[in-house]
Design a protein around this ligand. Structure first.
Ligand code: YXS
Length: 259
């Protein structure tokens, strides 16, 4: 059964995460199918894409598939990691991607949602950033994205506490563009998508790429980047990183020892 469903109605594409058994965890397989669906939409000249979970999903997405996180010694969020690749794909698509969210979003899936161009949620939407809970050193591009969207203090709270940000607060801090009742979500999202699809795709594509370039325009001197990578390597080489994954697989709370 496909983990990703997609359809194109006129100029509006819909891509649906469809792996309820694993709470839409972003496995290599799901990301590969999502990547193909986005590229298919690009070829078929979609003008806007809605990214959503399957009907009645308890979880929008449970984030990176923990079973596929590398064991200590390899960067879990390297440039070519599937999760990092799909984030780049969404940023480089010429058309806007709307995240339609009616349930909980975890870890790397929060980054997928925030990488989308517009987020529309319901009171059931909530966002939990989990690297500290798993022992993962999140990557610089991800941290910068959260800083740019939320501001550094809210981003720190999200990453350090690993506690859920409920829908109301998500709207306040700028995660959600719109917070609507569950029974209005599809109509509201469809109306937004239709309005976008009637505008100039060339103008929108140029502005989307300009937003990306301007948003990433914080030059990072090489030595600063290397320092950050050194900090991250200490974490993903650690016993704590291994414990974070092991505890998830054994369905028990992690016991971190700080080394
Ligand atoms: O044990 P089975 O085979 O039935 O499968 C279970 C879970 O193992 C599986 N599953 C996952 N598998 C791999 N990776 C995941 N992230 C993941 N999440 C869930 O789905 C089956 C049903 O899970 P269960 O029984 O827990 O469902 P639930 O409805 O009681 O609870 C739903 C959640 C989402 C609250 C719960 O599954 C959960 O807390 N999942 C982990 C959420 C999380 O910590 N995600 C972060 C992954 S790491 C990541 O994204 C980045 C590396 S980072 O951390 O840096 O952001």
């Amino acid at each position: 059964m496909p983990l990703i469903l997609s359809q194109l109605d006129g100029f509006v594409g819909t891509i649906t995460m469809n792996h309820p058994e694993h709470r839409n965890a972003l496995s290599d397989q799901m990301i590969s199918e999502m990547f193909d669906a986005f590229e298919d939409m690009r070829e078929r000249k979609a003008r806007v894409i809605v990214l959503r979970a399957h009907e009645g999903a308890k979880v929008w997405s449970a984030g990176h598939d923990v079973r596929e996180l590398p064991m200590p010694g390899r960067d879990p969020l390297g440039y070519d990691d599937p999760l990092v690749r799909i984030l780049r794909e969404i940023q480089h698509l010429p058309m806007p991607v709307i995240a339609m969210i009616d349930s909980s979003v975890w870890g790397g899936a929060c980054d997928v949602a925030l990488t989308c161009d517009i987020l529309i949620g319901t009171p059931k939407a909530q966002f939990t950033m989990t690297p500290a809970k798993i022992g993962v050193p999140y990557n610089p591009s991800g941290l910068l994205r959260f800083m740019n969207i939320l501001g550094i203090n809210t981003a720190k709270e999200m990453f350090f506490s690993a506690q859920p940000i409920p829908a109301e607060r998500a709207k306040q801090v700028g995660i959600l563009n719109h917070l609507v009742p569950s029974d209005e979500l599809e109509a509201f999202t469809s109306d937004m998508a239709e309005k976008i699809s009637r505008n100039s795709p060339l103008s929108i594509a140029a502005m989307k790429e300009s937003f990306r370039l301007l948003g990433n325009a914080s030059p990072l001197p090489p030595n600063m980047f290397e320092r950050i990578q050194g900090l991250r390597r200490k974490v993903y080489d650690s016993q704590d990183y291994k414990e974070g994954i092991q505890s998830f697989l054994e369905k028990r709370p992690p016991v971190f020892v700080g080394e």
